[in-house]
Design a protein around this ligand. Structure first.
Ligand code: URA
Length: 262
């Protein structure tokens, strides 16, 4: 039997891991890292060389990863997916199970851009499949759009600002956003949607180049790369604040009107 003290210590350790963002087991076999204590004096770490840059933490380090050039070199969605999957410059990738690239129909007239994968999306490798994703599906079904549709006029294409899950679903940092945004812009150029929905704060701020929050930006039409774009309240927010669903409904109707006119 574990005595109360040992139990409390183990619980505190687990809490501490959670705070660090380690909220999932990613290996099949447990590893007791506390047994691997190396008592030898630490050898000084070699100075980083330009040839082996660490994951970016600053603007300077970020310059080592020219994601604009990497993205521009991709001439198909498959090439872009492969480039992102093999990109090692974002530390989020190390904690992720899968790279989440897209779901739905790439020929769709409407492209939805969310924030980043959550736990379920990370597991499945597809965007918006958890409870927020199910609400998203119902919201768009109400105006006749679905990610399962083959006809481009009624189809949806879905991606995120970031392809890897941030620990504990925290917001994307400005560094992660700046680093990965060129891939997203290329994604839009290659998919060529007729309309873009930025879903929630981070993708709206990143793509509409604004600091205005989503509660003020929602419903305000503008352009992203010359493509008509409207920000919507994120379905995860709507699950927490169901009284705001009427605002999302007004924005969906605005989208439907534009789709019918175009
Ligand atoms: N929230 C997002 O913004 N994207 C997902 O893929 C899942 C939840």
């Amino acid at each position: 039997m574990i005595d109360a003290t040992q139990f409390d210590i183990d619980l505190a350790l687990l809490d501490w891991h959670l705070e660090l963002g380690a909220d999932e087991a990613i290996g099949e076999t447990p590893v007791n890292r506390y047994e691997q204590v190396d008592l030898a004096p630490p050898t000084p770490a070699p100075a980083p060389t330009p040839a082996s840059p660490a994951a970016p933490a600053s603007g300077e380090a970020r310059a080592a990863f020219d994601t604009t050039s990497l993205a521009k070199a991709c001439h198909s969605l498959d090439a872009l997916r492969a480039a992102i999957e093999s990109f090692e410059g974002c530390s989020l990738k190390k904690g992720a199970r899968n790279t989440v690239f897209c779901d739905g129909n790439p020929a769709a007239r409407v492209m939805i851009i969310g924030e980043a994968p959550g736990r379920e999306e990370d597991r499945a490798g597809k965007p918006f499949i958890g409870s927020a994703g199910q609400l998203l599906d119902r919201m768009f079904a109400a105006i006749g759009l679905s990610r399962l549709e083959e006809a481009p006029e009624s189809a949806l294409y879905i991606t995120n600002l970031l392809p890897w899950r941030p620990p504990q679903n925290r917001d994307p940092s400005p560094e992660e956003t700046a680093l990965m945004k060129p891939f997203l812009l290329r994604h839009i150029e290659l998919a060529q949607p007729g309309f873009i929905i930025t879903m929630g704060n981070p993708s709206t701020k990143a793509l509409r180049d604004t600091n205005i929050g989503i509660t003020k930006m929602r419903g305000q039409w503008g352009e992203v790369l010359g493509i008509p774009s409207i920000p919507l309240l994120h379905p995860a927010y709507l699950l927490r604040s169901p009284e705001k669903k009427r605002l999302a409904w007004a924005d969906l109707l605005s989208l439907r009107t534009r789709l019918e006119k175009a």
